[in-house]
Design a protein around this ligand. Structure first.
Ligand code: 3PG
Length: 234
């Protein structure tokens, strides 16, 4: 499944826009390592070692959430200093935040919900955007905006795997990224749903491990998730 950017971004990518590689690299990485760590960085200097640990464990996609004052600086540091990582911004709530995140170095945008301003800003900036949805109406709105890869959030509370299967039966060309309530315990079950192209979650970067500088624990959690993903795709 190709990560499709909103209407408009396609045309700019065809013209060789600066972000054409972002979408294809994200697609390739999602196929190789279908787990997206959702990261909260309180202190910007922690971002680079966290990203390096995730990459070392086999997870090159890093979603840094705009929930802290340090987030934009953290995105910039990872973009500049960890070229093996593919850094994006999560918890993007507004068009302004989308623009700030891309200026800082974000190569993709993730939102908890579906917002037209965020989607159109991503389109204009030619970066992939994955808004959160839980209902058929939201999926249909996103589909009509040209999106074919959507975050399913909060996955566990919104109906989990049975709801995902019900949505996938109707929206046959949509790929879902369940996030919210995923862990090493249920990752395999979610990844085995055919419409699921990846899973996201914060369990890979516990706040205590970041605060304690326990980067080996982050590497271990990433490697565990990568191994589960490898098994589920066999
Ligand atoms: C997100 O922003 O996607 C969620 O906070 C992740 O949910 P989780 O903490 O249950 O993994």
């Amino acid at each position: 499944m190709t990560v499709v950017s909103p209407h408009g971004a396609e045309d700019r990518r065809a013209e060789g826009g600066p972000s054409s590689n972002d979408a294809s690299r994200l697609t390739e990485l999602l196929q190789r390592a279908p787990v997206i760590p959702v990261v909260v960085i309180e202190d910007a200097p922690c971002a680079v070692p966290v990203a390096r640990s995730l990459v070392a464990g086999g997870l090159p996609i890093v979603e840094i959430t705009l929930r802290t004052a340090a987030a934009l600086e953290a995105i910039g540091s990872v973009a500049a200093e960890v070229p093996e990582a593919h850094v994006g911004a999560g918890t993007v709530l507004s068009e302004e935040q989308a623009r700030a995140a891309v200026s800082a170095g974000a190569k993709f945008i993730v939102s908890p919900g579906l917002h037209g301003g965020v989607v159109s800003a991503a389109s204009e900036l030619s970066v992939p955007v994955m808004p959160g949805v839980t209902t058929p109406s939201e999926v249909q709105c996103a589909w009509n905006l040209g999106l074919r890869v959507l975050k399913y959030f909060p996955a566990g509370l919104a109906g989990g795997i049975p709801m995902l299967k019900a949505l996938a039966a109707v929206f046959r060309d949509v790929g879902f990224i369940p996030t919210g309530g995923i862990s090493a315990k249920n990752l395999r079950d979610y990844l085995e749903v055919p419409s699921v192209i990846a899973c996201g979650g914060s369990w890979l970067t516990p706040s205590t491990a970041i605060a304690d500088g326990d980067y080996e624990e982050i590497r271990r959690l990433a490697a565990e998730a990568k191994a589960i993903a490898n098994e589920s795709k066999e």
